[in-house]
Design a protein around this ligand. Structure first.
Ligand SMILES: Cc1ncc(COP(=O)(O)O)c(C=O)c1O
Length: 469
């Protein structure tokens, strides 16, 4: 991840808050260059309300990222905490490992009712990585039970992020996240994603789907376990599927006996205007992996939602999925998820996203008049702006330019101007927006104002960098 907020935070000098001192000494932030905070304040967020959060100095920020694509119902929902407190009084914890409890049962049934088709069986986890890890193991186990134990390979897309545990990492297609930990779990194969920004006009729109079949044939179909894809690919900047992409992938998977996992850790729970991304693009996966917005992130939770076809293998006789996590399906997390879904229904959050998507997107499309904006893409409340050196040629920035101009300036400047969003250069440099699903015209206008100011200054820097006189 390429956030570099230290550029926006004041240099550390004199009296530091106790929290700053403790954080510097003891907290290990994830995907963070810790050294950068040796002489700068860490951004410490202390409070949230609706679409806004506040730092320890009381400064307000528009959370244009829903924390990390997850606080879907917005901040400050006391009723979600209340649901956890009520559950704690009743039953603070019991495991799903050989036992059931009412909240996990009710939540599983509610999720199954919302999920498409025969996705009826819910296996809870504590996170997205655990959901992906579990789904990959489930696919291998499914094939083995059917006498096809040699099917162990997975096919994922280049630059896609599917998590950090060793199995999930073998699906993640970002070299910088993989190489420090090699050798990875064997079997990870990667194919092109659906980035069409620089595609030739005459390219078959379904070429990226066909590339999956080519790879299956190359590997030997009898060795391939699953294909794992996000409905809209996050890393690289919100790559949407061309029309017919998922239908073609479904056909390919069926033809070769390969399972299809829809990784919806971001793309479910209203992010694309539907409960599940597969519903937005009208396809039937064999498994959905989810997390984040399931509780609007008020409690850690994830899940694998399995089709009857897959789950039924494990439901009879002595069969068992020998896999699990002590805390998965935690009653307090499940109670929070139930209360979160009550909010979704009461406030029709999916309907709100559908109603407001065009306005949100229209605002972002308006930024195309800035010379640094090359492309705007995404779906629902999940959009990205790709930054370029030249709109006509679509020339991207070199690594050095990305580092100095974009990472060194952009993330920090956006934060300084009170907007939390993501400047990311895991593919070509993009700014990503993923506001809480309650965001409305006032928040869109604020996002527009900050992006215009900061992207205009970023372009001035590009020009100065090119011609320093
Ligand atoms: C598509 C996808 N899969 C998996 C993960 C991993 O989820 P977690 O960070 O909860 O482990 C993420 C995280 O952003 C994700 O976006």
């Amino acid at each position: 991840m390429a956030t570099k907020l230290e550029a926006a935070t004041p240099p550390a000098r004199g009296e530091q808050s106790e929290l700053q001192q403790l954080a510097r000494r003891h907290l290990w932030m994830h995907f963070t260059r810790m050294g950068a905070y040796e002489d700068h304040e860490m951004p410490i967020i202390v409070r949230g309300d609706g679409c806004y959060v506040y730092d320890e100095h009381g400064k307000r920020y528009l959370d244009g990222l829903s924390a990390l694509f997850c606080v879907n119902a917005g901040h400050g929902r006391a009723e979600l905490g209340q649901a956890a407190a009520d559950q704690a009084k009743e039953l603070g914890f019991f495991t799903n490992w050989s036992y059931a409890h009412p909240q996990a049962i009710k939540l599983a049934a509610r999720i199954a009712a919302l999920a498409p088709g025969d996705l009826n069986r819910v296996f809870f986890t504590n996170s997205g990585s655990e959901a992906v890890e579990s789904a990959l193991k489930l696919c291998r186990n499914y094939h083995r039970m059917r006498g096809e134990g040699q099917r162990y390979k997975l096919i994922a897309r280049e630059i896609a992020y599917h998590g950090t545990t060793m199995g999930a990492l073998s699906a993640t297609g970002i070299p910088g996240l993989r190489t420090p930990f090699e050798p990875l779990t064997p079997g990870g194969c990667h194919v092109p994603n659906t980035n069409s920004y620089r595609a030739p006009d005459d390219r078959d729109p379904l070429w990226a789907a066909d590339a999956i079949e080519e790879r299956i044939l190359f590997e030997g179909p009898e060795t391939v376990s699953c294909v794992i894809l996000e409905p809209v690919q996050n890393a690289g900047g919100c790559f949407t599927p061309p029309d017919g992409y998922f239908q073609r992938v479904r056909e390919i998977c069926d033809r070769h006996g390969v399972l299809l996992i829809s990784d919806e850790v971001i793309c479910s729970w209203g992010r694309l205007g539907e409960y599940f991304g597969a519903q937005r693009y009208d396809y039937m996966p064999d498994l959905i992996t989810t997390a984040k917005g399931i509780t609007s992130a008020y409690a850690p939770m994830g899940a694998v939602i399995a089709s009857d076809k897959v789950a039924d293998q494990f439901m009879e006789g002595t069969a068992m999925f020998t896999h699990g996590f002590t805390f998965a399906g935690h009653p307090m997390a499940a109670a929070v998820a139930m209360a979160n879904l009550d909010i979704f229904e009461r406030e029709d959050l999916c309907g709100h996203v559908r109603a407001k998507e065009e306005e949100f997107r229209g605002m972002l499309d308006g930024l195309r008049e800035l010379p640094i904006v090359g492309d705007v893409r995404g779906a629902g409340f999940f959009q990205a702006i790709e930054l370029v050196k030249d709109q006509d040629t679509k020339e991207s920035f070199s690594d050095e330019e990305s580092e100095t101009l974009l990472r060194g300036y952009l993330s920090g400047a956006l934060y300084e101007h009170g907007l939390i969003c993501r400047a990311d250069d895991r593919g070509d440099p993009v700014v990503q927006l993923s506001p809480p699903l309650i965001a409305d015209s006032a928040e869109f206008e604020e996002i527009d104002r900050v992006l215009r100011t900061v992207l205009t200054e970023a372009w001035d820097r590009v020009v100065r960098y090119r011609d320093p006189r």
